[in-house]
Design a protein around this ligand. Sequence first.
Ligand SMILES: Cc1cc2nc3c(=O)[nH]c(=O)nc-3n(C[C@H](O)[C@H](O)[C@H](O)COP(=O)(O)O)c2cc1C
Length: 208
Amino acid sequence: MSTLLHIEVSPWAENSLSRTVSAQYVASWSAANPDGTVITRDLDKTPVPHLDVESLSAGFVAEADRSEPMAAKWGARMYLIEEISGADEILISTPLWNYGIPSVLKAYIDNIVIPGVFDESTATLTGKKVTFVIAQGGSYADGSPKAGWDYASGYLRQFAGAMGATDVEVVTIEFGLAGVVPALEAFIPNKEASIAAGKEAAKNRAAA
Ligand SMILES: Cc1cc2nc3c(=O)[nH]c(=O)nc-3n(C[C@H](O)[C@H](O)[C@H](O)COP(=O)(O)O)c2cc1C
């Protein structure tokens, strides 16, 4: 029996492009894995805390000597690590915000990466299929005026690869702001095409 860990980030519900496309992935995955389990971690509804002095210093203090907040924060980090370690597949869908990933997703990654526990040496994501769905407002494709401004996809690929994953795919949805901001009005057809292509890619990837 297979387990899919699905991490959501967007604060929007039905208006979220990343959630729309990841919903297609989950539907196709569930059809292909009728006995499978989907674990949804919604970082918008239940954000993980940013690292602070207690969550960090707990790693340097013997278990018996940890204060109560230290132990609780360390325990929460271990829970997240166990959750992702136990999954066979990982799907992270996220908006692109200010050229990178939203801070709730960065906080999640900061919580789980712990030297010697979950890092390059443990390579815990080895053998896991990892898919990122990234929705962006415009386009940073090669040849576009802002080519190279996307710091989300490279970073997420780096994270997954450093943790040992080799089967990594990024599905990008472009022109999310077409029809929302007047300057991008002409790109509504591109947006629609990008959503359709993203759903198709998600469907194929989930069933592969
Ligand atoms: C705070 C914020 C920052 C954004 N920054 C960017 C950006 O740097 N580049 C971009 O292309 N779109 C940017 N956008 C647009 C979103 O990426 C776009 O609306 C996308 O559809 C969001 O994904 P979602 O629909 O799943 O929430 C930003 C949106 C918000 C709310």
